[in-house]
Design a protein around this ligand. Structure first.
Ligand code: ASP
Length: 301
């Protein structure tokens, strides 16, 4: 078994000026995740460390730096899954936590439920000792400006930008025991309706992990990803015997054909085979394994 990690920082349009910082962010997250794998941590430890790192990075749409919904507030979605026992935890439409993925992990550890949303999720997190923050602390100047530009555009009924930026974050890893895990976190889509939940916290939609096959984390238009249950679909293709690259490509091609939505995903098999695919212009991503202990970060095809 070859320990390996892949992280993504979202599929979509990145202006050339945003490329260096996106690459830097995913590189750092892959290194933090891989450091866990190298020090005998599990695949679960690795994906949590990587996603937490990207949530704390204000350049990505997760945790600090999340996009704002139609009412100008941040609502986060996040999930985590451990392939050894299929245990999973997720939160949707949650406000006021610095690291939503850690709340999802607490739901997983508790084990009673898989998905908690809104105020119920908030009260669960507080009961479990996770400190809440003023939700406005997650709002960056850059996201506030994007929200204002979008509000202005809508007021004047101007056509939308060519394509949305994403910036959702995720990680998949395989450890030396052949266990796999996946985690994903997002602020969702700019100007989404309050209460909207995307693919990110839906097990099988945006995240999936099963030691019998592999682990997947998705990014892109949640409404399209949900319709084809993209993460579970990609993992099922691994189980059917496809290599990771092939499985990722088939799954994204099917989403494109059936929904014409935008999406990307990262994939890892229990033996450390890594794959990714996306139908957007770019997707920031980085990989790390024993053969490449220095993270390789990419954004173009
Ligand atoms: N998939 C996320 C969502 O629909 C958005 C993204 O990937 O940027 O909430």
């Amino acid at each position: 078994m070859r320990p390996a990690i892949v992280v993504h920082g979202g599929a979509g349009i990145y202006g050339d000026d945003a490329v260096p910082e996106a690459l830097e962010g995913v590189r750092q997250a892959a290194a933090e995740g891989f450091a866990k794998l190298s020090s005998k941590g599990s695949a679960l430890d690795a994906v949590l460390a990587a996603v937490r790192c990207l949530e704390d990075d204000p350049r990505f749409n997760a945790g600090t730096g999340s996009v704002l919904g139609a009412d100008g507030t941040v609502e986060n979605d996040a999930s985590v899954m451990w392939g050894a026992d299929l245990s999973a935890g997720a939160i949707g439409a949650l406000s006021g936590f610095r690291n939503p993925v850690l709340v999802a992990e607490e739901v997983r550890r508790d084990g009673t439920h898989v998905l908690l949303v809104g105020d119920g999720a908030r009260r669960f997190a507080i009961r479990r000792g996770i400190p809440s923050i003023d939700p406005r602390e997650l709002i960056t100047e850059r996201q506030r400006a994007r929200w204002e530009a979008e509000a202005e555009r809508r007021r004047h009924e101007r056509p939308p930008e060519a394509a949305a930026q994403h910036g959702t974050v995720g990680a998949v890893a395989a450890d030396s025991h052949g266990h796999v895990a996946a985690a994903t976190s997002t602020g969702g889509l700019l100007f989404k309706l309050p209460g909207r939940v995307g693919d990110t916290p839906i097990i099988g939609g945006g995240t999936y992990a099963d030691d019998l096959a592999g682990a997947a984390s998705c990014t892109g238009q949640g409404e399209a990803i949900l319709k084809v249950t993209l993460a579970r679909h990609a993992v099922a293709l691994l189980r059917a015997g496809h290599g990771a690259t092939e499985a990722a490509e088939i799954a994204v091609a099917e989403l494109t054909r059936r929904t014409s939505g935008e999406a990307g995903l990262i994939l890892v098999a229990p033996d450390g085979d890594i794959g990714w695919a996306f139908n957007t212009l770019r997707m920031s991503r980085a990989r790390c394994d024993a053969a490449h202990p220095e993270p390789l970060a990419l954004i173009d095809r």
